[in-house]
Write a protein that binds this ligand. Structure first.
Ligand SMILES: [Zn+2]
Ligand SMILES: [Zn+2]
Length: 171
């Protein structure tokens, strides 16, 4: 989706995209569903204010146990797209100075919305994937996925801290 500055007026226009064609694909995850909603409004003849969010779900693989699970995706963003020269937009000029607005310098008065959404999608995808806080991963000894099966390793009685206790009991 492309937005031309000429099509954007002073009043706020809202858009939503209910498919995930813009979502970048990668080996690390697969997208189940994604929605993007955003609004645009013209600040002046050279600047457009774009605010929105993406939401979705993706399937990822746990770094610890290697099992796949679903993760929610969420990212909110604010952009100030401008055709002005770089470094000529100051924070004071931003209507949204209380938010983390990203300044997008354009060579033409055209916003490639898909590119913005792709960038945000990559930020929303978790970098570290753990299926649950207490995932114990795979046993280094016997190789079982510990959340699915109990460890099959023989308990090593000699090195166990309880070995001493046991000896004392046997006395
Ligand atoms: Zn896991
Ligand atoms: Zn084991």
């Amino acid at each position: 989706m492309r937005l031309l500055f000429d099509e954007i007026t002073g009043k706020t226009d809202r858009y939503s995209i209910h498919d995930s064609h813009w979502f970048p694909s990668a080996r690390e995850y697969s997208v189940i569903a994604a929605t993007a909603t955003f609004s645009v409004s013209r600040q002046d003849h050279e600047t457009v204010f774009l605010k929105g969010e993406i939401q979705g779900r993706c399937k990822v693989v746990c770094d610890r146990c290697g099992e796949s699970y679903e993760e929610n995706l969420q990212s909110a963003f604010v952009y100030l797209a401008t055709t002005r020269e770089e470094d000529t937009v100051t924070v004071a000029e931003q209507e949204c100075s209380d938010e983390d607005a990203l300044i997008l310098y354009l060579t033409e008065p055209i916003i490639e919305v898909d590119e913005i959404l792709r960038e945000q999608a990559l930020l929303a995808v978790p970098q570290k994937n753990v299926c649950s806080e207490d995932c114990e991963g795979i046993c280094a000894g016997c190789g079982v996925v510990l959340k699915k099966e109990p460890c099959r390793c023989e308990p090593d009685i000699r090195n166990s801290p309880f070995a001493v206790l046991k000896k004392m009991k046997n006395l």
